[in-house]
Design a protein around this ligand. Structure first.
Ligand code: HAM
Length: 462
């Protein structure tokens, strides 16, 4: 016994040295692991529960998104939450915030560096290559939904665990495909009755970027010192990132720099013109935004975002709570060892969309009212009610029960609360006489009917 307690103490003892020596561990995280007795179970920072009362928003939004996507020929794919960390470094880019600062990466028990997915596109590209999906008829249209992880500073609209509905079209270089994914996205927002504005830009191809880099370096020559150290290194490695910098000085000075849209090669320029012409054809309004560079390195040509439109929101605020974003990524699959596969995609941020629905006062339709409530009195009746509930469900009758409650008063109160039209009451007597009481909650009238004919009796009244 004494031995056991000793062992437990050793296990419970905090690994102080180890914890304190690790940089970047937040104070609260150190505290919670060292003081075991005071442990208060709590969700991690930036992660939250989605409670039943909010689920109707989630179900409504996801159902709409999946339904519309299927109409456009998209099929569902699920990919793992964990991937080799190298996948994200090679695709999203080592100089992006996501890879540099925000990846939840760690070594697994075999010492391999793995990461919780910060986005879906890289995983889908890997799955496309690994499963030979290029052998299916192209372009292949895939959708997925799930949680993503980015170690960001939690704030409104920015969490460490969040959810995306993601669409990808793989295997077509045609500008009409860019336009179609934008139109589909616009339709999703229209269906959700959300006011949004489409921001669009083109980031060109490696050829345009070489040209652009020369122009940018020329223009920056005398202003380099005004940039933060990170942007100074970005200038040569990944100049487009400058437009994504949050530093005030960098933002101000970047307005004097040339934009990539003015350095597009003929191929990229023509592609972009066609995308815009298609949008014009369908009278889809857009805002040509030369500063839109997106936070991931794999993009080529068209990029776009949908920002919320609401009184009082500045341009910066809109950009910060972008509801969806995407673009073309023609080189990504080949860069991972696949065949050359031009592709385009978009991801919708579920938390932000649901928050925006609340701000724009768009509520999902109320769930169907429960029509029938099944109440019981006594043990024998409870047992029969358990079976009757199954029988009614099988007959597709919208019925609720409260088998966990024994008091009839409490059961009737619940029936009242959920607005049931009829309550079925099953007591000892009813079970032995194979009958059941139907109580009309509006009129208060009660009738005794044959238990074996309950489905027929209910159908007559519903
Ligand atoms: P992204 O712009 O990083 O793109 O994310 C898309 C959307 O996810 C954002 O517009 C936003 O609504 C939501 N989101 C991003 N980060 C957070 C966060 N920390 N908290 C809450 N919501 C967030 C991508 O992820 C690309 N993979 C999209 C794509 C698909 N490109 C091509 N195909």
């Amino acid at each position: 016994m004494v031995k056991k307690r000793k062992i437990k103490k050793i296990i419970d003892r905090p690994k102080k040295k180890q914890l304190k020596s690790k940089k970047g561990i937040e104070e609260e995280e150190v505290k919670s692991s060292t003081v075991k007795e005071k442990f208060v179970p709590q969700a991690l920072r930036g992660m939250r529960d989605i409670l039943p009362e909010e689920q109707r928003y989630w179900e409504y939004v996801l159902e709409k998104m999946a339904k519309i996507s299927k109409l456009y020929g998209f099929e569902k794919i699920d990919i793992p939450v964990l991937e080799d960390a190298a996948l994200f470094r090679r695709t999203i880019g080592i100089t992006t915030d996501i890879v540099e600062k925000e990846m939840f990466s760690f070594s697994d028990k075999s010492g391999r560096e793995i990461a919780l997915r910060p986005e879906m596109t890289a995983g889908i590209a890997r799955a496309y290559i690994e499963n030979g999906l290029s052998n299916l008829p192209q372009p292949l249209k895939l959708y997925t939904f799930g949680s993503l992880f980015r170690y960001e500073k939690p704030q409104s609209g920015r969490q460490r665990e969040f959810h995306q509905f993601n669409l990808e079209i793989l295997g077509s270089a045609s500008p009409v495909i860019d336009s179609q994914i934008i139109i589909l996205s616009q339709n999703i927002f229209k269906e959700l009755k959300l006011e949004t504005e489409l921001q669009i830009n083109s980031l060109g191809c490696p050829l345009c970027r070489n040209e652009y880099k020369k122009k940018l370096l020329e223009s920056v020559r005398y202003k380099k010192k005004l940039l933060c150290p990170t942007c100074q290194t970005r200038l040569t490695k990944n100049p487009l990132r400058i437009f994504d910098c949050k530093e005030k000085n960098c933002r101000e000075v970047s307005y004097t720099f040339p934009y990539i849209i003015d350095s597009l090669c003929d191929v990229c320029k023509n592609h972009f013109i066609k995308v815009l012409e298609n949008l014009d054809e369908l009278q889809i309004p857009y805002n040509l935004n030369p500063r839109l560079v997106r936070g991931l390195d794999y993009y080529t040509k068209t990029v776009f975002e949908f920002w919320p439109v609401r009184a009082g929101l500045s341009e910066d605020e809109k950009a910060k709570i972008s509801l969806a974003g995407g673009g073309r990524y023609d080189e990504l699959i080949q860069s991972l060892g696949g065949k050359p596969t031009p592709a385009v995609g978009i991801a919708f941020g579920l938390e932000r969309i649901i928050e925006e629905m609340k701000m724009q006062k768009q509520t999902p339709p109320k769930p169907k009212k429960t029509l029938v409530f099944l109440a019981h009195i006594g043990e024998a009746a409870k047992k029969r009610a358990l079976r009757l509930f199954e029988e009614l469900k099988e007959e597709k009758i919208n019925v609720k029960e409260s088998l966990g409650k024994d008091s009839l008063k409490a059961q009737l109160e619940l029936a009242n609360k959920i607005g049931a039209k009829f309550v079925l009451i099953l007591g000892q007597d009813e079970v032995s006489h194979r009958t059941i009481i139907i109580r009309n909650m509006e009129t208060g009238i009660q009738e005794i009917v044959d238990l074996d004919k309950i489905v027929k009796e209910l159908r007559k009244r519903l």
